[in-house]
Write a protein that binds this ligand. Structure first.
Ligand code: ATP
Length: 187
């Protein structure tokens, strides 16, 4: 069985990941893609009020389960578009440990901070300052296969750019390079 492809969108809240993912599912016509979003996994959790430590542990397990669910979907041949916020170093390290590096197209979804703040205010459903808090953290690892700027490019155009790039990936991928740099022994 051939493993599925993983298009991994990483960016701050309001950077446009979900919008691009939706467009990708509309236009990718070779294979069957699934949109797996960390927000959807958070929404599945029970709503019971938790203390700070219990919540931290639950959030960590949610994200670890999310990463392994991506791997499981791809392992049996599903193509996947991932929508995630790598705002803590361990999240990327865990993804590097569990995802097949040569199957991942790692895409940085960037947007200028003033536009992120404007979108956040307009949406009104995200904590004010969330995007600004994440801004310097999410791209700190500094390596992608492809980047897009949603401050100047529409979600459809970003998706078209990703679609055009997909068949022309050449190894080593960004995930392969990052594994060599960050995981002991390059395994
Ligand atoms: N390329 C774009 N140009 C203009 N507005 C955009 C663009 N992409 C997204 N937006 C708008 O920004 C807001 C956030 O978009 P979206 O939900 O796709 O972001 P996100 O990165 O998935 O956010 P979150 O992680 O908070 O769920 C929406 O109101 C959307 O319409």
């Amino acid at each position: 069985m051939t493993s599925g492809r993983i298009i991994f969108l990483n960016g701050t809240s309001s950077s446009g990941k979900s919008s691009i993912a939706r467009e990708l599912l509309d236009i990718l016509d070779d294979g069957v893609f699934f949109h797996l979003a960390v927000d959807s996994f958070n929404a599945m959790r029970s709503k019971r009020e938790l203390g700070e430590r219990e919540l931290d542990a639950a959030l960590r397990r949610t994200r670890m389960g999310f990463h392994r669910s991506i791997a499981a979907m791809a392992e049996v041949g599903n193509d996947v578009v991932v929508d995630h916020v790598l705002s803590e170093p361990w999240r990327l390290l865990d993804c590097l440990a569990v995802l097949p590096p040569e199957n991942v197209l790692f895409v940085g979804v960037r947007c200028p901070l003033d536009e992120l703040v404007r979108r956040e205010e307009a949406r009104g459903d995200r904590p004010p300052g969330l995007a600004a808090f994440q801004y310097d953290l999410v791209h700190a690892h500094g390596d992608y296969d492809l980047e897009c700027d949603t401050g100047t490019t529409s979600p459809r155009a970003c998706a078209q750019h990703i679609k055009a790039f997909l068949p022309h990936r050449t190894g080593p991928t960004a995930f392969t390079r990052l594994r060599r740099r960050h995981l002991a022994g390059g395994q």
